[in-house]
Write a protein that binds this ligand. Structure first.
Ligand code: AMP
Ligand code: MG
Length: 417
């Protein structure tokens, strides 16, 4: 029987068995929240041309250098350029082009005066009018330069970068209707337990609903994976074996719940050993000491304990970062913050605790209070909480006011620690 692991040892062993998946080309919008698998270059200059940053008049800066409200510069309006239009008519001395935001700056003009600092002298400001310019502009003012964002042929995003909404915009403006991203892991979600019935059923005597299948599938989705929910596996070795064999063929990662304790009908570990490899089955943590890891063929296997909160926390600490690795992410852990503990907490010294807690911002920084009963059979505190309060192994008492570390479950992994 493998020995008890620390959380770090267990994570290392798991991550060592996880590989980044292959890449696939997807329509641009489907790349949101994923990792780019190849460098993205721009096919054009962005912006493609010098263009106006304002609605106003394109002028020669030297023509308006002396202008002020009392003695404005008077210019002839020779063209009217809206966004999407283009004028090759040069702006000469004493002339201006009426121009809208995003429209190409015509030849000859080197600055744009905002419409607010002008008024018509004759006409209404359209072609043929004369316009008074009430203040000077410096050359280049209110002009957005061609290729300011990126040049044709240059890198827009590097392979390995995460794709957020701004990246989607950059990829769109540089011609990427499709992009190569790492594949989402297909994750088999298997609940074991002869007491389980489907969620749509009213449980009969001795039975409970298979809630873990849904909470785990939800965690898989939230981690960027594709959950494949398998039928309930009763505590029978043959059915367990068939289910695991099927999962190893169909999925990139297998997550099970239940059946990993020392109960009389716990078949997950023996079946895993028979079909593949069992690497560890005990981690010095609470909730969820019997976290179990191995592989079947090349498919990593993680056996979460059955108690709903042990399942929830085990997924968060082990499975979520592993699924991120498979998708090419380099940041695996959510942000941590230090907070003041709101109350005394007693614990067993031989394991690390992950308490379901709520962080609030107090006058002197964050304060963390327990979000409800810490029984691993109950999920309410996990729902009400927004963090996991981490109490390290080795200690057996923490008093109110002590500084503790919290994993922020309300924030994504984006920021490296
Ligand atoms: P086990 O790890 O199989 O000993 O299960 C521990 C506890 O978790 C037992 O009370 C089970 O009834 C409960 N449990 C196991 N699987 C599930 C599940 N899929 N949904 C909800 N509770 C479960
Ligand atoms: Mg069970």
């Amino acid at each position: 029987m493998p020995e008890t692991m620390t959380v770090e040892e267990a994570r290392e062993l798991l991550f060592a068995r996880v590989r980044t998946l292959d890449a696939e080309r997807v329509p641009l919008l489907e790349s949101l929240g994923r990792v780019l698998a190849e460098d993205a270059l721009s096919d054009i200059d962005v912006a493609p041309f010098d263009n106006s940053a304002m609605d106003g008049f394109a002028v020669r800066a030297e023509d308006v250098a002396e202008a002020d409200e009392d003695s404005p510069a008077t210019l002839d309006v020779i063209s009217h350029i809206g966004a999407g239009e283009y004028s090759e008519m040069p702006v000469g001395p004493g002339q201006a082009a009426r121009i809208m935001t995003g429209a190409p700056v015509p030849p000859g003009a080197d600055a744009v005066v905002m419409i607010e600092f002008t008024h018509p002298v004759t006409g209404d400001g359209s072609v043929g009018s004369t316009v008074a310019i009430e203040r000077p502009v410096s050359a280049g003012e209110n002009i957005r330069r061609k290729a300011e964002e990126v040049r044709a042929g240059e890198l827009v995003l590097l392979a390995g970068e995460g794709i957020g909404a701004a990246a989607i915009g950059l990829l769109a403006s540089t011609g990427h209707a499709e992009v190569a991203v790492y594949r989402r892991p297909r994750v088999a979600v298997i609940s074991t337990g002869s007491e389980l019935v489907e969620v749509a059923e009213k449980p009969g005597p001795g039975k409970i609903r298979n809630s873990n299948s849904y909470s785990i599938a939800a965690q898989v989705l939230a981690a960027g994976g594709v959950p494949l929910r398998y039928p309930i596996v009763p505590d029978e070795p043959e059915v367990t074996r068939q289910s695991f064999e099927k999962a190893a063929e169909e999925s990139d990662f297998i997550v099970t719940s239940g059946g990993v304790s020392v109960g009389d009908f716990d078949y997950v570990k023996p079946v895993l050993e028979e079909l593949g490899e069992l690497v560890f089955c005990k981690v010095a943590m609470r909730p969820g000491n019997p976290q179990t890891m191995g592989s079947i063929g090349t498919v990593p296997f993680f056996g979460l304990p059955g108690n709903p909160t042990s399942t929830y926390v085990g997924f968060e600490i082990f499975v979520r970062p592993a699924l991120r690795l498979m998708q090419g992410f380099v940041t695996l852990d959510r942000p941590r913050v230090v907070a003041k503990l709101a109350h005394d907490v007693k614990k067993k010294p031989d394991r690390r605790y992950y308490l379901r807690a709520r962080l609030e911002r107090g006058e002197k920084g964050f304060e963390a209070s327990l979000a409800g009963s810490q029984s691993s059979a109950l999920l309410t505190a996990a729902h009400r909480g927004n963090c996991l309060l981490v109490l390290p192994e080795g200690e057996k008492f923490f008093s109110a006011g002590e500084t503790v570390e919290c994993i922020r479950l309300d924030m994504e992994e984006g920021v490296p620690e």
